[in-house]
Design a binder for this molecule. Sequence first.
Ligand SMILES: NC(=O)C1=CN([C@@H]2O[C@H](COP(=O)(O)OP(=O)(O)OC[C@H]3O[C@@H](n4cnc5c(N)ncnc54)[C@H](O)[C@@H]3O)[C@@H](O)[C@H]2O)C=CC1
Ligand SMILES: NCC(=O)COP(=O)(O)O
Length: 335
Amino acid sequence: MAETPLPLLLTLGDPCGIGPEIVVRAVQAGDARGCVVVGDAGVLRRAMALVGRSWPIALLDRATDVAGCPPRCMPLLKSPSFGGLAGLPWGRVDARAGAAAAAWITRAVEAVQRGEAGGVVTAPVHKEALSAAGVPFPGHTEMLQSLSSRDGTAPPVRMMLANPELKVVLVTIHVALRRALELLDFDAVLSTLRIAHAAAARWGQAAPRIAVAGLNPHAGEGGLFGDEELRYIGPAIQAARAEGIDAQGPFPPDTVFMRARRGAFDLVVAMTHDHGLIPVKYLGVEDGVNVTLGLPFVRTSPDHGTAFDIAGRGVADASSLVAAIRMARRLAGGG
Ligand SMILES: NC(=O)C1=CN([C@@H]2O[C@H](COP(=O)(O)OP(=O)(O)OC[C@H]3O[C@@H](n4cnc5c(N)ncnc54)[C@H](O)[C@@H]3O)[C@@H](O)[C@H]2O)C=CC1
Ligand SMILES: NCC(=O)COP(=O)(O)O
């Protein structure tokens, strides 16, 4: 008999953004079966009111208790309580919202580390709200990495954004562009290639064809427009190849995504956040999923943010969250 997969945990994200609304929409559409929400009952009720639906909330001590949850109810893992969150104005940076969002991420990781859940799907947080709350991480990726530390050592992780046409893994993420240039080196590129190669086996590509986008226009044009490709990107690709990784490049960043989209490569490694994410997001946020590679558990997220400009208006699209839930189920082995 097939085993019932462990539930997925669904963190509500910033209470002032569209996270709670898209979580409720995903539940309403039947796309969040087997998921347990991590957040606040008042915030959930406010989101239910926004979409014109109301379900009883079943408060769970453990995520696995969802098995005994009556039908047509919203399973909510007992999570740190803050009070007053449901009264916060929509679409504003608020330290209380940032603190709550961070606490729910921590709660979800505790539960997954105890073996109660198959993975974590996170609704968006606002990075300024996290910072206002004194959270020492710019985003989920860094926070999840830190929470996964063992004996004081955090695993190397990378952000991947994926849609049905493109998969892009980033060498650097939430730092100023100047700082990203300082952080880029042989080890950072080689480590990214190793993480991407190892992670691809989880979605069924044991030997992915990885294209590496250069940093400079035309990938440096033989050193005419910068030498990072010659100094460390190319050597890191060669080192990866020597380990059996099918890494190719460096290719001009302005054309490599087009080639990958046409099927020449299975994924693209990009040096900086915007080099890599603009091509993915330009194809539309509906199908995009953010996956953290290298963690000891599955974590996915929609590819969009808190959308403060439309928060509280009841017009948010839950498609990307639904894609993130489906991807998490696949990666966690639940179909
Ligand atoms: N995984 C996460 O926690 C992420 C968090 N962020 C954070 O979110 C905050 C806001 O980021 P922005 O750059 O404004 O990007 P954003 O993705 O929140 O919004 C960009 C535009 O897309 C629209 N949009 C986004 N998601 C939508 C949806 N589901 N339905 C309909 N329209 C949607 C928004 O209304 C806005 O016009 C920032 O603090 C950013 O760091 C951004 C990306 C991911
Ligand atoms: N642009 C994607 C993004 O910033 C997501 O960050 P994270 O919260 O998943 O680390």
